[in-house]
Write a protein that binds this ligand. Structure first.
Ligand SMILES: CCCCCCCC(=O)SCCNC(=O)CCNC(=O)[C@H](O)C(C)(C)COP(=O)(O)OP(=O)(O)OC[C@H]1O[C@@H](n2cnc3c(N)ncnc32)[C@H](O)[C@@H]1OP(=O)(O)O
Length: 189
């Protein structure tokens, strides 16, 4: 019988494993043994599979003041989003690590974009505006350090017939490092 605590333990272990795989310096024999053991863990997990990684869909998220994005996905950063009126935010208190590195010691710009895009589209969705991103203008103002507390912020700026404008930013240790403006277009399905 599956419950959230058990899945959360697995995902936490999975995130630690991904980090360990990236950093390990053990010899070839240990790497081979680890690969074989991981294949048996994979087989254990694949005994019963969902078609998709379980998630709260954007449609289900309409009106939710707290939205847990990618909680069960070890590949993407997990964001606990909070929405309050026209504002949205998400905190990553420990920041992100070398798995998301671009320039040495700095966050890859594409990852900053993912974080901001996820929040701006979810903020519009919170307001019941079913949308996709049509355009995203990004300005990288300052380098974003790894292992440094991050806050993602968004503000719903304008709502037109089909077009929704949302601004977004990434704040690293109190400094705004990335600023963005998103043009979202409302879609039926
Ligand atoms: C429901 C849950 C969604 C979750 C989203 C998660 C975030 C994402 O990753 S979305 C994935 C990435 N985005 C996509 O794949 C979108 C691909 N593009 C498309 O499907 C289409 O181009 C689409 C739907 C955006 C627009 O196409 P179309 O229906 O022909 O709209 P169109 O008539 O050209 O434009 C509508 C309005 O938006 C404006 N617009 C469209 N694209 C842009 C753009 N890039 N920049 C500025 N404005 C734009 C148009 O000028 C028009 O404005 P107005 O209403 O004032 O005249």
């Amino acid at each position: 019988m599956e419950n959230d605590d058990a899945r959360a333990r697995l995902v936490e272990a999975g995130r630690a494993l991904v980090d360990a795989i990236g950093r390990t310096g053990v010899d070839d024999a240990a790497l081979t043994e680890a690969a074989d053991r991981l294949r048996s863990v994979e087989a254990l997990l694949r005994a019963i599979e969902h078609e998709r990684v379980p998630r709260i869909t954007y449609d289900d998220a309409v009106g939710m003041e707290a939205y847990s994005w990618q909680r069960w996905n070890v590949v993407l950063p997990h964001l606990e989003m909070r929405f309050d009126g026209i504002k949205g935010s998400a905190e990553l208190p420990e920041g992100l690590n070398e798995l998301y590195e671009g320039p040495t010691g700095l966050l890859h710009g594409g990852i900053s974009v993912v974080l901001i895009d996820a929040l701006v589209t979810s903020l519009a969705q919170f307001h019941g505006l079913r949308n996709v991103t049509a355009g995203l203008t990004i300005n990288f103002r300052k380098p974003t350090l790894l292992h440094t507390p991050l806050t993602v912020e968004a503000v719903l700026e304008e709502v037109h017939d089909r077009k929704v404008i949302v601004s977004g930013s990434l704040v690293s240790d109190g400094k705004t490092t990335v600023e963005a403006t998103a043009v979202l277009v409302r879609v039926e399905r």
